[in-house]
Design a protein around this ligand. Structure first.
Ligand SMILES: C[N+](C)(C)CCCC[C@H](N)C(=O)O
Ligand SMILES: O=C(O)CCC(=O)C(=O)O
Ligand SMILES: [Fe+2]
Length: 481
């Protein structure tokens, strides 16, 4: 049987523009998933970028091929690739503007079609949401995917106002909501929004000083609106102050931070409370100036949130705190020099934490300074700490490519209009997104005591998503997001 129905779904406008743009460049949009991880992924495999027949594109293609051959150890030139690919990167992960999309859901014989896209039966069957396929309490798949016959087919179907009902030839019955089917077919644009906990980002510079995001302390757990507002500010600005926090007992700060999500223990301990005494062998535990950096570049998964509460500073001065919006600086670099941006997005850098006896913490692989989602091309993470940098994953004769790009990045992040300086005071807790906002401090004298903690990225984003998208929406997007 076969029936049809027209539907509306929200789809990002910019994604459509981007689609056209890729076409205009001579790139086949179906190849663009590969555009995101070129240089490293291509060490062992041939480039999979696909082109249409435009001559400019073919010229690029042969350049890429020739590079692969010319290099005895198989590196493709980042420089020659980057101009082409830089336009594929998005220097922000703003929530996309959503526009309605007309789609038509129909069943043609044995095939579900959404617009001109075919929905594979095995995927539909595997993502049946009924109580025998998904555990109602744990939300985990109960269905043994590989018992689904490879050629599972549709026995009968019914296109209804709300969605599509299917009876499979193995006798199982499934129902799919229309927006689920439409979203599934809008790969990859529609996917990221809920999964990544996207928000309308507010990029900032030094002028944020006049009105920084802040909230008044409230007893943890006493007001759900506080949690929601804190999450919103952290997502949109990448930082938030919590003012009027009691500071006589650091445990108040600990409990406040634990109300976001559990604290991540590291080689510095769990909840930290530090002064310039080298208790841990790291420059943070001295009184020297620290340039803008992100913490934990030596972890495979750097902490998502970081917090500082200056409990006291006596017998001296200095020690002002510096914040720089890494996503804003990335946007500046993207506009100023797309090739440099692409270099920082592609070349992997290794880092280490080796100050303390018995450890040298290093990630299982190098990561680029600007880390993107390979599917959506959104910028997801900034990893930048010159003090903790180790090797650069380029053959030595080519490392100057990275240095040239990094020099441009460094110049932008040190521009005074990008630097937001603030003298922290007891009572003001600073919480910031360590995947976005870089921090530093000026040198100081006297006795300065700070407490705080690290919180995992996935845990705080989970909380953001629950409070802003809602549990139902988040779960609804699991198979399509
Ligand atoms: C925050 N706390 C004082 C505990 C540690 C500071 C560590 C700074 C270090 N270089 C890094 O990037 O992790
Ligand atoms: O002392 C400060 O203000 C910050 C030091 C620092 O960068 C850190 O602890 O991660
Ligand atoms: Fe730090």
């Amino acid at each position: 049987m076969s029936s049809t129905r027209s539907l509306l779904l929200k789809l990002p406008t910019r994604s459509l523009l981007r689609f056209r743009c890729l076409r205009g460049m001579g790139l086949n949009p179906s190849g663009y998933g590969v555009l995101m991880f070129p240089s490293q992924a291509w060490l062992l495999t041939r480039p999979k970028v696909r082109f249409n027949s435009s001559s400019a594109a073919l010229k690029h293609q042969s350049e890429i091929r020739d590079h692969g051959k010319a290099s005895p150890i198989g590196f493709n030139s980042v420089r020659s690739m980057s101009t082409l690919e830089s336009s594929a990167y998005k220097s922000s992960n703003d929530e996309e503007r959503l526009e309605p999309l007309r789609g038509e859901i129909k069943v043609r014989g044995n095939v579900v079609q959404v617009g001109d896209k075919r929905v594979p039966n095995v995927w539909l069957r595997d993502n049946c949401q009924c109580a025998s396929c998904v555990h109602t309490d744990t939300k985990q798949r109960l269905l043994d995917t590989f018992t689904i016959p490879r050629d599972i087919s549709i026995q009968s179907s019914k296109v209804q106002a709300k969605g599509l009902d299917i009876e499979w030839n193995d006798g199982h019955k499934s129902s799919y909501k229309n927006d689920f089917l439409l979203r599934a077919c809008s790969y990859p644009e529609q996917r990221s929004i809920v999964r990544q906990g996207s928000a309308k980002l507010i990029k900032w510079d030094a002028s944020i000083a006049s009105d920084p995001p802040r909230l008044q302390y409230q007893e943890p757990g006493s007001n759900p609106d506080f949690d929601k507002e804190l999450m919103r500010r952290l997502r949109q600005y990448g930082f938030c102050y919590i003012d009027s926090t009691p500071f006589t007992d650091p445990n108040t700060t600990k409990t406040l931070l634990e109300s976001i999500a559990f604290i991540r223990p590291t080689h510095y301990g769990g909840f930290y409370d530090f002064t310039a005494d080298l208790a841990s062998a790291d420059t943070a535990y001295t009184n020297i100036a620290l340039e803008a950096h992100t913490d934990n570049t030596y972890f495979s998964d750097p902490a998502g949130l970081q917090a500082f509460h200056l409990l006291s500073h006596t017998d001296g001065s200095g020690g002002a705190s510096l914040l720089v919006d890494g996503f804003k600086v990335a946007q500046d670099l993207h506009a100023q020099d797309p090739a440099a941006y692409a270099t920082l997005a592609q070349v992997n850098v290794n880092c280490h934490a080796s100050g303390n006896d018995g450890i040298s913490i290093q990630p299982y692989r190098g990561f680029p300074v600007l880390q993107h989602d390979p599917t959506t091309r959104h910028l997801l993470q900034v990893r930048w700490n010159s003090s903790d940098r180790a090797s650069i994953d380029l053959p030595l004769p080519r490392v100057d490519e990275w240095y040239d790009a990094a020099r441009k990045w460094d110049a932008l992040l040190k521009k005074s209009e990008n630097e937001y300086w603030e003298q922290l005071t007891p009572g003001r807790v600073l919480v910031f997104d360590n995947w976005r906002v870089m921090h530093g401090r000026s040198a100081f004298t006297g006795k300065r005591r700070i407490c705080g903690a690290y919180i995992n990225r996935d845990d705080w984003i989970s909380k953001y998503k629950m409070l802003h998208h809602g549990r139902e929406t988040v779960l609804d997007h699991l198979a399509t997001g």
